[in-house]
Write a protein that binds this ligand. Structure first.
Ligand SMILES: Cc1cc2nc3c(=O)[nH]c(=O)nc-3n(C[C@H](O)[C@H](O)[C@H](O)COP(=O)(O)OP(=O)(O)OC[C@H]3O[C@@H](n4cnc5c(N)ncnc54)[C@H](O)[C@@H]3O)c2cc1C
Length: 426
């Protein structure tokens, strides 16, 4: 057995609220922000809906769900309750941080304080700095400093006194509709997340070997739970007791998540702009972009990945890299077009990991990622899906006349990319 298993933790913000409110009670509130709800594709919306329903069930129907602009809704609920303080987990993404500043200002007008505690990370973005007090720009030294910094044990709360209020009357129908319209999704909520984690933990020692194989179920698939804070990375890190290479590698992957959050925190503009612009021209998205989105490029590993995304709201990491490379380096489309498409559809869609993952592939992001490296979709497929099981699973018509011919010549487009790099800035 690779682990000691802890009881489900609670977010540090809840612990703080509990200590603060005592017997007056804590009201668990979730506000559905229409801006985010509308931009989400069916899988993403369904995943949020299923997560909220499972969380509500775990809180014995006490979760209050309201709909509307959080800067209006949160002060309104605080007034209804006569609350003196609102506790949240600190947001560090550009949109979330802006939204929370607005909420804090609106609450302040009502003489209610917004208290931010913890973050969805083992070490909060902004806390790791180098010897000169500056943020790290490269992953490896960051991850070393991250491990040295360490993190506290997960927060535990025994019994919380709950306050009560009504959910918005429209919410129940909205969630049910979103779940109906979504594809089949993993089990939602904390119990499902913990079950998946414990299953994975039994095999964590093998993680290093097979993590690049999309045809195998060799990764944790915890990203959708981490995305909504259903699981906290400190819970995962506290449970890992194995010193195997696989366990080390898994912690390193969590460190990537923390690194990208840190980079985005320090460079909010890099959400949708190049962190390190290459100064090369890109092509406007056209019908080739449509073929990429629909998984009709004639390159099986690219098409399988896009279909996995479209049909399930998730894609294997190796295939995310291959499909992103294909869009940016074979079709010469600027990465934000692809990142937007991913973000709206992925059930783990996260602005920091997604948009910096894209920039890593495009060569405009952190690390001296070799921008001239162009994945060959055919050899990548042969190497990481050696029996073709992955591509056959997602492309039933593979090998028949119904499957399209390649929409581009990879060798020629690779040369075109290198030509653009050579002439950059001209
Ligand atoms: C173009 C592109 C887009 C991506 N978009 C997202 C996204 O929107 N949301 C997201 O969570 N991850 C994203 N990733 C990172 C990675 O693909 C996923 O985290 C991973 O596939 C999730 O599967 P898993 O939980 O089984 O991962 P595991 O292999 O089990 O890894 C464990 C955890 O480590 C973290 N992690 C692993 N790899 C990375 C990575 N490269 N960058 C950041 N964190 C990582 C995740 O939280 C993951 O759940 C993207 C990567 C690329 C190349």
């Amino acid at each position: 057995m690779a682990a000691s298993r802890s009881a489900p933790p609670r977010p540090p913000a809840l612990l703080k609220a509990h200590e603060d409110a005592g017997s007056a009670g804590v009201l668990p509130l979730f506000v559905i922000d229409p801006v985010l709800w509308k931009s989400a594709g069916p899988a993403r919306r369904g995943w949020l809906a299923a997560t909220l329903k499972a969380t509500n069930a775990a809180y014995a129907d006490r979760l209050v769900i309201r709909l509307g602009d959080p800067a209006v809704v949160v002060p309104k609920v605080a007034r209804e309750l006569g609350a003196e303080r609102v506790h949240v987990t600190r947001e560090t993404t550009p949109y979330g941080a802006r939204r929370d500043r607005k909420i804090a200002a609106a609450l302040n007008d009502a003489e209610v304080e917004l208290v931010e505690t913890g973050t969805p990370y083992a070490v909060g973005p902004g806390l790791i700095t180098n010897g000169s007090g500056n943020p790290y720009k490269v992953f490896t030294p960051f991850s070393k400093a991250w491990r040295e910094h360490g993190w506290p044990a997960p927060a535990k709360v025994d019994r919380v006194h709950w306050a009560t209020a009504e959910s918005d009357g429209r919410v129940a129908k909205m969630l049910d509709k979103a779940i109906r319209e979504a594809p089949e999704l993993p089990g939602a909520g904390e119990d499902a997340a913990i079950t998946r984690w414990h299953e994975f933990l039994d095999d964590i020692d093998d993680y290093g070997d097979d993590r690049n194989r999309p045809d195998l179920d060799a990764t944790s698939r915890l990203s959708p739970y981490l995305k909504y804070g259903v699981l906290h990375p400190r819970t995962l890190l506290a449970d890992i007791t194995s010193k195997s290479k696989g366990a080390e590698r898994f912690a390193t992957e969590l460190a990537w998540r923390e690194f990208y959050a840190d980079v985005l925190h320090h460079n909010p503009r890099s959400a949708w702009q190049d962190l390190n612009p290459l100064g090369i021209p890109y092509d406007d998205p056209d019908d080739l972009f449509e073929a990429w989105k629909e998984g009709r490029t004639g390159f099986p590993i690219v098409d399988a990945g896009m279909r996995q995304l479209n049909e399930t709201g998730w894609m294997h990491n190796r295939v995310r890299m291959i499909t992103a490379s294909f869009l940016t380096k074979d079709l010469h489309v600027w990465w934000p077009h692809g990142a937007r498409y991913f973000l709206d559809r992925l059930i783990d869609g996260d602005i920091a990991s997604n948009n910096h993952g894209w920039q890593w592939v495009a060569g405009t992001g952190t690390d001296a990622a070799p921008y001239f490296r162009v994945f060959n979709p055919t050899t990548q497929g042969e190497k990481f899906d050696p029996t073709g099981a992955y591509v056959r699973r997602w492309i039933p018509e593979l090998g028949t006349d119904d499957y399209p011919e390649p929409i581009i010549d990879h060798k020629a487009e690779r040369e075109e990319t290198l030509r653009r790099y050579e002439h950059r800035g001209h």
